[in-house]
Design a protein around this ligand. Structure first.
Ligand SMILES: Cc1ncc(COP(=O)(O)O)c(C=O)c1O
Length: 482
């Protein structure tokens, strides 16, 4: 086969462009069609993959079919399918195909959503989409934010605003409060922002894994008496471990009275505002100073898409705006919103588009149903677990997460060990994927059921497979599922 010529224009021939375009689209369509039949997780040791990829710098062109074969097998053939209906690990990313295509369009047009001059329509789409989220979360007019890469960046961005507003960026003697269930991105963000570990008070959570107000009050009082500067409370709106929601309304009243910034990490859980039955648990969400909500989790968007909302959009600008001389023409348009004034990134992609396009095409009602389904499926899983003598439910279904552990009858440490082995066995088996966490020092399994294409049969099948695998590891009590 003769190799096609390649020159420095970095363009394929029109035939190749079309062929590759079709092949990529076909691959995506096949993925959507067949993902349910695939193993959820395929992985290979780094040493094996390194061999396949370590072919030196590709000075000369590689034929497209050879590249695509490697793409199929070694790249996308060795992943955990986040959008698989039996992917219950971590917080999965169920995604949706409309948004996949929207991402392709945003990438194809190479939109830079930094300023109005370069992306007026996309900027308007981002403003409108952010305002939909603001309304849904109950934040007042005048609140606003932007889309960032994910929850970690959203938390960092919000805490940077808190530092600026409450401390004028002087972190000395400042103290932050959160529960022991807070996501690790918060401590990482605080480190980046210049806080020492001893400036965070990690308060033991209560029996329901929530931040106890009384514990917070006591810590704040102690710090004030010692001449320190309490300034910020991080609340969880759906902890990653168990889906617990901190008492937002009480925290909001306390923080206002104490002049503390209240940030809510709702990276996955805040999406539950779409469901009337979750609203009670989320009472007070509209009272926070800043909020993280990740569309790439429970709003079904492909990665990477997080969102930070701040009670007053101007606060973001005050924290992050810098004037660059080469952006004169941008700043001449002073009446318009330039997103680069509100965030750390200057060049930024058009993340809003996928959420906007999928909300437009499916309608919000479909999203509400999808979130509601995730909540119901975790409740269904809980009922199945309770009906079986193999399992002990460690936390009830909350916002689409249920945790449980093997009732193998050994000493707790032995059961921990078994539970850990069981997760690995299931990941290897490929039928489903679930992951573990630690609660009060003990290993537990988590099911996060937020994929709207998951069925009750998927849950039943996963629990049955788990029991099969567990029985191979240790004799178990007899199973009695409803
Ligand atoms: C509650 C919570 N906060 C923050 C994050 C971090 O988000 P990301 O992984 O998008 O940076 C996660 C991720 O799972 C999360 O569950």
């Amino acid at each position: 086969m003769t190799r096609p010529t390649r020159d420095g224009s970095l363009q394929l021939s029109s035939t190749e462009t079309e062929q590759l375009g079709r092949e990529v689209l076909d691959m995506l369509l096949a993925h959507v069609r067949d993902v349910r039949q695939r193993p959820v997780t395929t992985t290979l040791p780094g040493s094996q993959l390194a061999e396949r990829f370590d072919l030196g710098l590709p000075e000369e062109p590689t034929p497209i079919p050879a590249v695509m074969e490697q793409v199929r097998n070694d790249v996308f053939g060795t992943i955990m399918h986040q959008d698989h209906p039996r992917c219950f690990s971590f917080i999965p990313g169920p995604s949706n195909f409309v948004s996949v295509l929207a991402d392709a369009l945003a990438s194809g047009f190479n939109v830079i959503c930094s300023d109005w001059l370069e992306a007026a329509g996309p900027g308007q789409v981002e403003l409108v989409t952010l305002d939909w989220l603001r309304q849904l979360c109950g934040l007042p007019a005048g609140a606003g934010g932007l889309f960032v890469s994910g929850g970690s960046m959203a938390n960092l961005t919000a805490m940077g605003v808190a530092r600026h507003r409450k401390l004028q960026d002087d972190v000395s003697r400042a103290v932050i409060y959160c529960s022991d269930q807070t996501h690790s991105s918060v401590s990482r963000g605080l480190r980046v922002l210049g806080f020492a570990p001893e400036q965070t008070r990690v308060i033991p959570s209560d029996e329901e894994y929530r931040l106890p107000l009384s514990g917070l009050e006591a810590e704040v009082a102690r710090d004030r008496a010692a001449g320190r500067r309490p300034f910020c409370v991080i609340a969880n709106v759906g902890t990653t471990n168990t889906g617990a929601v901190d008492p937002l309304d009480d925290l909001a009243v306390f923080c206002r009275a104490q002049d503390l910034w209240l940030h809510a990490d709702g990276a996955y859980g805040a999406a539950a505002v779409l469901c009337p039955q979750a609203l009670d648990a989320l009472r007070g969400l509209g009272e926070v100073d800043s909020l993280t909500i990740d569309p790439h989790k429970w709003l079904f968007q492909p990665y990477e898409m997080g969102c930070v909302l701040v009670r007053n959009l101007d606060w973001l600008r005050e924290a992050y705006h810098v004037r660059a001389e080469y952006l004169n023409e941008v700043h001449d348009m002073s009446q318009e919103v330039h997103f680069c004034d509100y965030v750390i990134q200057l060049t930024r992609g058009f993340r809003a588009f996928k959420l906007w396009m999928s909300l437009k095409i499916f309608g919000l009602r479909a999203f509400r149903e999808a979130v509601e389904r995730g909540i119901r499926l975790a409740e269904f899983a809980e009922s199945q677990l309770r009906a079986s003598s193999c399992w002990q439910v460690t936390t009830p279904a909350q916002l689409g997460i249920v945790t449980f552990r093997l009732r193998a009858g050994g000493a707790p440490a032995e059961d921990d060990h078994l539970t850990h082995k069981l997760v690995r066995a299931l990941l290897q088996d490929g039928y489903a994927s679930i992951t573990s966490t630690r609660l009060r020092g003990r290993f537990v399994l988590r099911l996060c059921t937020i994929n709207p294409r998951t069925t009750e049969a998927d849950i039943r099948g996963t629990l049955a497979r788990l029991e099969e695998l567990a029985a191979r590891l240790a004799p178990l009590p007899r199973r009695d599922l409803a």
